[in-house]
Design a protein around this ligand. Structure first.
Ligand SMILES: Nc1nc2c(ncn2[C@@H]2O[C@H](COP(=O)(O)OP(=O)(O)OP(=O)(O)O)[C@@H](O)[C@H]2O)c(=O)[nH]1
Ligand SMILES: [Mg+2]
Ligand SMILES: [Zn+2]
Length: 371
């Protein structure tokens, strides 16, 4: 049993287990006087002024503790080992993307966007298909087979029939913080209630033609599922953001990572859309999703560009050619058009005739592959 810090101690350390509006709930590393384990905390003004955000999952140092009132203030946030941007959770070990097999129907592009956000955390990503009771077993297996091709080891579960719940418990009981995320109404909170009935999390019925959820869970909260194993229930949402940089996109698709690990494309800035010498040129299941995401990122970049300078905009990295996007060449590497070459040669020969040396040769060849 940890030592009681005594009523005089005004400082402590702990873990942010929930964040709501402008206060957070902190689970203490050591219980306080009278066995108090949690404090409701505000954020010190100097933290806010320094732009330091607080996320659920952050390890924090507390000051100004008022033990009888159960209040304190976050004075410092420890460096994070990882961050899931949305839903925002710090120090994540595993991101578990949950999508329903029905009510609402799975949407492979939306699922892909959830998986991309999860992959961007740099941590282990798992995929859970919920509501398996609503689909015949062969169709459940067809979905599982499909995402195995994407590089995932899916788990089909049902809160109703109990299918897959023990394997899910085992996956969530590994040490560290696991985050359940996915669209609203897929049954994230229902699953946690089944695994730990004492949680009594609020659950909401799906509604409408698309059988969407009603955003029942309103904030991210961490719960202990086993010693050392915390799991976050999160509010569902429908449209995860994409990365800002098109060059990182392919690396967030495990099946692309795998194909690119043993081979190199001819151009180091290859965007893998069938460019000459692309090491991942043959068709793949999520190719259209990859292309769609690339186009969205491009549209995002051009909007930023239109917003004009001073908005932190760089020139777009992609340009449209026919129905494809291509990396915009570094101007120094751009091949001059025949007309500008002719004009240039004309200028050079007249300069030579005038006794001046020609400029250095234009760099015509693309950048050689790295390594
Ligand atoms: N048939 C079936 N229905 C389920 C299952 N799990 C959950 N549901 C139902 O799906 C609805 C939504 O469940 P929730 O647990 O609130 O979903 P959620 O993902 O937490 O939703 P948000 O909090 O809005 O993000 C409820 O009506 C549940 O009873 C399941 O395994 N099978
Ligand atoms: Mg919920
Ligand atoms: Zn390529």
């Amino acid at each position: 049993m940890a030592a009681d810090p005594g009523p005089q101690a005004r400082t402590a350390s702990g873990l942010v287990v929930a964040l709501q509006a402008n206060y957070c709930r902190v689970e203490l590393d050591q219980p306080g006087p009278a066995g108090r384990q949690r404090l409701l905390c505000t954020r010190r003004t100097r933290l806010a002024k320094g732009g330091q955000s607080i996320c659920t999952g952050d390890r924090v140092r507390l000051e100004g503790i008022d033990w009888p009132a159960g209040r304190g203030a976050v004075a410092a946030v420890q460096p994070r080992s990882s961050l899931l941007v949305r839903p925002a959770v710090a120090n994540v070990s595993r991101v578990v993307v949950v999508v329903a097999l029905a009510e609402p129907l799975p949407d492979p592009l939306q699922l892909t966007r959830f998986l991309l956000t999860a992959e961007a955390s740099g941590q282990a990503v798992e995929l859970v298909f919920s509501k398996a009771d609503l689909l015949p077993a062969p169709e459940v297996e067809a979905w599982c087979e499909r995402v195995r091709g994407w590089g995932y080891d899916p788990l089909a579960v049902s809160e109703r029939s109990g299918l897959g719940l023990e394997p899910l418990r085992r996956r969530l009981s590994r040490a560290g913080i696991a985050v359940l995320c996915g669209p609203s109404g897929v049954g994230k909170s229902s699953l946690l209630n089944r695994l730990s009935p004492a949680l009594e999390l609020r659950v909401g019925a799906v509604s409408g033609r698309l059988q969407r959820g009603r955003h029942t869970t309103r904030h991210v909260e961490l719960f202990a599922l086993a010693p050392g194993a915390l799991v976050a229930d999160t509010p569902g949402f429908n449209r995860p953001e994409l990365p800002a940089d098109p060059a990182v996109l392919a690396g967030l698709f495990p099946e692309m990572r795998q194909r690119l690990s043993g081979a190199r494309c001819r151009f180091s800035n290859c965007l893998h859309q069938g460019e000459p010498g692309c090491a991942a040129a043959d068709p793949w299941d999520r190719q259209s999703h990859y292309q769609h995401c690339l186009e969205q990122i491009q549209a995002q970049l051009s909007r930023q560009q239109q917003a004009g300078p001073g908005e932190g905009s760089d020139p777009p990295v992609l340009k449209r050619r026919g129905h494809r996007l291509e990396p915009r060449l570094d101007p120094r590497l751009r091949q001059p058009s025949r007309r500008s070459r002719r004009q240039r040669l004309g200028r050079e020969s007249s300069a030579e005739q005038a006794g001046a040396g020609p400029e250095g040769p234009p760099r015509l060849s693309p950048r050689p592959p790295e390594g």
